[in-house]
Design a protein around this ligand. Sequence first.
Ligand SMILES: C[S@@+](CC[C@H](N)C(=O)[O-])C[C@H]1O[C@@H](n2cnc3c(N)ncnc32)[C@H](O)[C@@H]1O
Length: 208
Amino acid sequence: MAVRKGKISRPPKKKGQWEDHYTRKAKEDKYPARSVYKLQEIQRKFTLIKKGAKVLDLGCSPGSWLLYAAELSGGGGHVVGIDLKPVTIKLPPHAEALVGDILSLTPELEEAFSSGFSVVISDMAPATTGMKDVDAARSLELCDMALTVAIERLLSGGHFVCKIFQGGDFDAYVTRVKGHFKQVKIFKPESCRKQSKEIYVIGIGKKE
Ligand SMILES: C[S@@+](CC[C@H](N)C(=O)[O-])C[C@H]1O[C@@H](n2cnc3c(N)ncnc32)[C@H](O)[C@@H]1O
């Protein structure tokens, strides 16, 4: 490895190094991100989003889950997303994306989320540092907020999907989810990158 001016110089990344089958497929299928296939696998296994569903999508940018959830719920449904970043893709009329921070909701956002949802999905991810424990702790903070939002806004019998970076508090989080849902499943979609610590906690049937 060549060393210059005290810095380690790494071989340049090849163009498209992180492109894989799912990235290419997302482009072909006209979704803005490969993450759509994770929700698709979850949907194929658990059938959580039905026609007419009212869905809240936390961490929705760039909009793949939002678009897919809107396709599943159809025109009779409604999908609302929130993210720190705007969604710039064209959405169908029954889907909307709001900009905001789930960790400090403004009264306007509280209002937009006020009515009963049949499904709350969260693919939120913190900006990663590469430090496993820090990343897991930040992910957990987002997951706890997603669970709070789900408990407050889901209809009885509603479902919850939440991405989490596995860390020391993972089991305790799953226990918290179990307190509010009739069934809880842990699922790692095939389309998750193999090196990723992410996994999905799925709460089925919110308790009364
Ligand atoms: C993996 S991306 C979501 C991809 C999305 N599901 C899709 O399919 O297009 C994770 C998102 O979580 C968002 N996020 C992270 N922290 C957030 C917060 N505090 N409030 C809202 N969104 C947040 C990020 O801005 C990022 O866009």
